[in-house]
Design a binder for this molecule. Sequence first.
Ligand SMILES: [Zn+2]
Ligand SMILES: [Zn+2]
Length: 93
Amino acid sequence: MKSVLQDKKECYICHRTNCLQDHHIFFGNPKRQHSEDTGLKVWLCEPHHQSGKDAVHRNRKTDLMLKEMAQTYYEQNIGTREQFIVEFGKSYL
Ligand SMILES: [Zn+2]
Ligand SMILES: [Zn+2]
């Protein structure tokens, strides 16, 4: 997996290194593909990805925390806020 947000293969939230799944920070079409192309993806352990109470697909706070982090990276390294909104639909900052 190509991630611009992580060097290590570990859960972005709790740093465990087993039961990992890759997560596209912006999901749904066509945002998922833009996440793929730009590397705005992270490794998450299964509980932080899907099943736990703080899981990104169940908990809006966790989802927004990752989206804000990824948009900040985008604006510092990839493009402008205007470009971000064109690709990902809206600003989270
Ligand atoms: Zn985790
Ligand atoms: Zn996911």
